[in-house]
Design a protein around this ligand. Structure first.
Ligand code: HEC
Ligand code: HEC
Ligand code: HEC
Ligand code: HEC
Ligand code: HEC
Ligand code: HEC
Length: 259
């Protein structure tokens, strides 16, 4: 941010330039280049947020907050009584609903899945989950919310999908080390960069795969995603030299491929 609290989108002379640093690639990428971009992000990225006023008196920052980042009290509520009572666990608010996470892991209406440039946009896990076959699940059914995503999975797919697991066991795909999520949760969402035409940088939570090679994951205007993953996203990020018809001919019975 600059001293007025606006997100920097240009170089010193005001020329648009890439200003978002991507840890995954070590490269700078575009972030609304050239726009005058207020920091209106506090609702989801801070604790004790109020939309009134400007943090530290900087006009480009919309609202104020008590603590930076998402800290304990953002999810568990005020903790003064809990601490005064020597850490009494009964005085901690524990809300396990997907709606709690959906206060931030959402974009616009929960009933739609905004998309752009051939990808689902990021922070839409709640929108996606509601459109998926796991719509009745809470996020904490699968995630320990205190951990980074890759270490947070406390329940994997196996216990609930035992017949698929049995089919998969010993298959070509299983032997080369593939996981259920490689096909069912491909990076069909994009936060900062795409790594290929069907490979963004955030895993989707739609789970269901549509094997029709003529199906499109997006509405005709490209503004929204539907409620399934198509085979281009499920297969072609790895099988780069193949096309969707190749994938469609091989999709049925894929779990037990090579057995
Ligand atoms: C106040 C807003 C907010 C709430 C509520 C919230 N999150 Fe998040 N969550 C975020 C933001 C912002 C990030 C990205 C943080 C970053 O990477 O700097 C994030 C990141 C994550 C990640 C990825 C972490 C990583 O680094 O790999 C997971 C998983 C996650 N949240 C799950 C949950 C779950 C489950 C819940 C509900 C129990 C939840 N979140 C509630 C805002 C929120
Ligand atoms: C509606 C809630 C919401 C708003 C508003 C929001 N974010 Fe986020 N942001 C999230 C969540 C949730 C994540 C993590 C999940 C994801 O990226 O899909 C995230 C992830 C990010 C990441 C990636 C972090 C990482 O470690 O990969 C960046 C950077 C980011 N946000 C910046 C911003 C900026 C800058 C703004 C304001 C212009 C903003 N966000 C507004 C919810 C929000
Ligand atoms: C807690 C149990 C549970 C877990 C964990 C779980 N699922 Fe499911 N899954 C279900 C149930 C129940 C349904 C059926 C929902 C329905 O019929 O509407 C389902 C449906 C599905 C479907 C759609 C099936 C169809 O016939 O179209 C897919 C695909 C799927 N799950 C994949 C996964 C993957 C991949 C994982 C792991 C990342 C996973 N599931 C984790 C219980 C689970
Ligand atoms: C190589 C990609 C790939 C991998 C890996 C994969 N799947 Fe699938 N899965 C598919 C495709 C494609 C379909 C749709 C098949 C169809 O409609 O005939 C599917 C269908 C499903 C279905 C719904 C139909 C059914 O057979 O019940 C479930 C549930 C499912 N997969 C779960 C899983 C689980 C759990 C794993 C991990 C053990 C897994 N998948 C691994 C590609 C994959
Ligand atoms: C059926 C199980 C399941 C449910 C339910 C579920 N997730 Fe996930 N989620 C996963 C798996 C598996 C991953 C991939 C973890 C990894 O990196 O290996 C994941 C990844 C993520 C990531 C990181 C995505 C990325 O690529 O950066 C975020 C953020 C996240 N989940 C948030 C949520 C939120 C919020 C909810 C509820 C709205 C939710 N998840 C519900 C299984 C689930
Ligand atoms: C995460 C990467 C990855 C994804 C995603 C993936 N595959 Fe594969 N696939 C492999 C690897 C690795 C092999 C084994 C090496 C080989 O034979 O190329 C393989 C082998 C195969 C084979 C046997 C070899 C051949 O060329 O005939 C078929 C068929 C196949 N995959 C189809 C699919 C389909 C269909 C999908 C999507 C539903 C899919 N794969 C998704 C990595 C992937």
């Amino acid at each position: 941010m600059n001293n007025e609290g606006y997100i920097i989108t240009t170089d010193k002379s005001g020329q648009p330039m890439p200003t978002q640093y991507n840890l995954a690639t070590g490269e700078w990428v575009d972030y609304h280049p050239g726009e005058k971009k207020p920091y209106n992000c506090g609702k989801c990225h801070t604790t004790g947020y109020s939309e009134d006023g400007h943090q530290d008196g900087r006009e480009g920052i919309v609202g104020t907050w008590a603590l930076p980042g998402i800290q304990w009290e953002r999810c568990h509520g005020p903790a003064a009584d809990h601490i005064a009572a020597g850490g009494d666990p009964s005085l901690v608010e524990v809300n396990t609903s997907a709606e709690l996470c959906g206060q931030c892991h959402i974009r616009r209406e929960a009933t739609e899945i905004p998309a752009k440039g051939g990808f689902i946009r990021h922070h839409e896990q709640f929108n996606e989950l509601l459109a998926s076959p796991h719509a009745d699940f809470d996020c904490v059914t699968c995630h320990d919310p205190h951990k980074k995503a890759e270490f947070s999975i406390k329940l994997n797919c196996s216990p609930c999908h035992s017949s698929v697991v049995a089919a998969f066991e010993g298959s070509t795909m299983q032997k080369v080390g593939m996981k259920c999520t490689d096909c069912h949760m491909p990076a069909a969402s994009k936060s900062a960069v795409k790594f290929g035409p069907y490979q963004g940088d955030v895993a989707t939570h739609l789970f269901r795969i549509n094997t029709d090679p003529t199906a499109s994951m997006f509405t005709d205007d490209g503004a929204f995603a539907k409620d399934f993953v198509t085979l281009d996203f499920a297969c072609l990020s790895c099988h780069k030299d193949k096309d969707i018809n190749w994938a469609a001919e091989r999709a049925s019975g894929i779990h037990s491929l090579g057995k």
